[in-house]
Every structure is written in C-alpha cells, then in structure tokens.
Design a protein around this ligand. Structure first.
Ligand code: V47
Length: 369
C-alpha cells in the first residue's frame, strides 16, 4: 500500500490527521509529536518518517571515515549518566600526550580518514589555551583533516575559566582549525532532568547560546539528545522544539543525533532502551525536525542491526568508522569499537540503501551503488 492509502486507512483519527499534515508538508506541533510517542503504531510512524527521509535524501545513506579521540577521561563534572568521566585519583584516569594524539590522527589520515572528532572529560587543570593548542597542533600536522572538536560544554567551561565570551573563544578555535562543533552535551534540556543527571555543567540556554554563536561565526554544528533515562516523552519533544526553533533562526545545524542511554557503570543506573523506543525516537525526530537535513542513527548506541532498521525509519546517516569509541563503551554498549569502511558499506547495502562516503559537511566523497 502506498503512503497515501496508508494514511487514508488508518483507524485512529489523530494519526490520520498527523499523516495528512506530513503528506501536505505541514509542520508537526509538539502535541502531534507527543501523540506519536504514546502511540503503538510503530510501522505507521516509520512509514511516514521514511516518506520524508526519501524526499530529502532519496535512497542515499551516509557514512564517514573518521576517528574519535578522547584526550582525557578526567572530568570535574561527574554527570550521573556518564561512566566515562572519572576523578583525577581514579585508577582508570588517563591523559594522552600530544604525541599519542598526533600518532592516532596520522593513522587515520593514512587510511584516507577525513575527520577527527575530539572531545573528552573536562579536567580541573586544563586552561582555555590547552584546548586551543591541541587543535592547532593537530591541524598543523594534518592540514587536510577536518577537526570536529569540543562540545558546547567545553566551550562554556573555557569561557567560564577564562572570563572570555563564547564569541571570543570560538573565533580563536576557528582560527586554530576547528571547522565544526560536535553535538555532545545536550542530553535533555529540561531543568528538572538536568538537575538529576547533569547539575553542574552548562545548562540548556548556555548550550544553545554556544551553538547560536558558532552558527553566527559560520561554524556549523551537530545536535544530540540523550534519551531513555529519567526524561518523559514531553521533555524529549520540548528538547527537539528548542533545537527546531534555533534552526529556524540560524540554519546552522547539520544533523540531529538521538543517543540511546546505556546504564552500565553509571551512578544513575536504570535500564537500556527498547528497540521500539529507539526506532520511534529516530522516526519522530525525522518528522518533527523538518528543518534538519539529516538524522543520524549512531551505530555505537543502537547496535548495527537497529541502526540498519533505523535507515528505513527516517535516518540517513550512521556516523563513521570511529576506530576507538570510549564514552558509550564505558557504559556497556556491546558494539564494536570501530568498523572498517567496507563493513559500513555492507551494513548500509544490507539495509537496502545506497552507501555514500561523505565528508564532515555531507558532501559526497564516493557513492557505492
Ligand atoms: O554528550 C554519555 C553521550 C555523548 C552515555 O556530533 C552517553 O557528530 C549513552 O555526542 N549512554 C558524546 N550515551 C557522543 C556524541 C556524539 C557521538 C557521535 C557523533 C556526534 C556528532 C556526537 O555521549 C555525550 C552524551 O550525551 N553519553 N554517556 C551513556 N551512558
């Protein structure tokens, strides 16, 4: 049955009304998105989201050859959902030397890698200059590699400890070689949730203001949402609404990345998300964030199989080869630490999509039809 037939035939009046809006290209309201979260019509929601995804991205699904580097796991913020950040005295604490970091970037570059994604803990002894210097050295050694570095949390922290504005810090980072900001640190914007899971770091307004400033300076950014812990569906939608509003204002977001919560080793504890919740969250984000071009099904948090289904539920990107993911592995994900280019191409082909190796800015590098 085609999508029009599906919408005409659905019994639930609200689902039909939402479906008609999607077919007409009308924007969904927060109430519509909340209704979809409470609905158990997963296949219907998936079909609507895939209709929109194919209008935006055709049969293409993107990946990148990249590497994540987490220079240190020492972190003053100790968020309760995070099993990666540790205190300075913890036996698991580490800090990489600049030589270690450059060696890792060199390996990625030698394999045709295009991006390094650098984020880490926030140690008490790092000054704003340390964050800038690291990027400058990486870019000096490997000018052709795109540096995606430091989340809004780190930028806010640099501003706090140096007394400098976000604009000042971001200009300096841009000059040093930062070309895009990763989306980490958004978690859930609700104050109620943040007071439980991340009471000390940048709040929602500060996260959004860093991204707004970056967009103003011509630095594109990504956006995330950590879901499946103590938040409600209403709070997920409020989170996405804030991102949609900022995107209307600046157009600077490249992609939205829903991150499924993993509880192992965290102070917060709790349970893993279900695959149904994962797919619904991806699909509803595709429907609600009509001004975002891309939705990422992050294979590290979803696992390969759910990520493949997500590519048929509104997502068009699976991130990259990564090489050594540490943050979600600390919290118990059973995914691989990294994947080869060939493995990602197969993963996408087996999801019946056309793999497109991309650069950081979603420009195609090669199409594997
Ligand atoms: O900010 C931390 C999340 C994020 C857990 O911008 C957890 O392209 C699940 O933001 N369970 C870091 N998630 C990863 C991230 C990211 C990843 C890939 C691509 C991009 C991009 C950004 O990981 C953190 C936090 O939200 N996280 N702990 C956990 N227990």
């Amino acid at each position: 049955m085609n999508i029009v037939g599906l919408v005409e035939k659905v019994q639930d009046k609200n689902l039909r009304r939402i479906g008609e809006k999607v077919l007409k290209g009308e924007r969904l309201s927060p109430e519509d998105a909340i209704y979809l979260f409470y609905s158990s019509e997963l296949a219907y929601i998936g079909a609507l989201s895939e209709y929109i995804n194919r209008k935006k991205n055709g049969m293409f699904a993107y990946f990148i050859v990249n590497r994540q580097i987490n220079p240190t796991n020492v972190c003053i913020y100790q968020c309760s959902f995070c099993a990666f950040g540790v205190t300075k005295s913890d036996p698991r604490a580490y800090e990489m030397s600049l030589e270690d970091i450059l060696k890792k970037v060199g390996e990625t570059y030698a394999q045709g890698g295009r991006e390094v994604h650098i984020v880490g803990g926030i140690p008490h002894h790092w000054k704003a200059e340390d964050y800038v210097r690291l990027v400058r050295e990486v870019k000096r050694a490997f000018p052709e590699i795109t540096v995606k570095a430091w989340t809004a949390i780190e930028i806010h922290h640099m501003s706090k400890i140096s007394g400098r504005s976000y604009e000042d810090i971001l200009k300096e980072l841009k000059d040093a070689g930062v070309e895009v900001l990763p989306g980490g640190g958004a978690e859930i914007f609700s104050e109620r949730v943040r007071s439980i899971i991340a009471p000390y770091k940048a709040n929602a307004q500060e996260y959004l203001e860093v991204h707004r400033t970056a967009h103003k300076l011509g630095i594109p950014t990504n956006a995330t949402m950590l879901y499946g812990h103590v938040e409600t569906y209403e709070e997920r939608v409020e989170h996405m609404l804030k991102l949609r509003e900022l995107q209307d204002e600046t157009g600077g977001f490249q992609v939205f990345i829903p991150l499924a919560y993993w509880p192992e080793g965290t102070k917060l504890g709790g349970k893993r998300t279900s695959s149904v919740d994962d797919l619904k969250t991806i699909a509803i984000s595709r429907l609600f964030l009509d001004n975002f071009e891309h939705i990422k099904a992050y294979w590290v948090t979803l696992g390969e199989k759910v990520a493949q289904i997500a590519l048929n539920f509104g997502a068009d990107d699976i991130d990259g080869t990564i090489e050594e993911e540490k943050i979600v592995h600390s919290a118990g994900t059973k995914s691989a630490y990294g994947h080869s280019r060939e493995r990602l191409i197969k993963l996408i082909k087996d999801a019946q999509k056309i793999p497109v190796e991309r650069d950081t800015f979603y420009r195609p590098v090669s199409i594997h039809s």
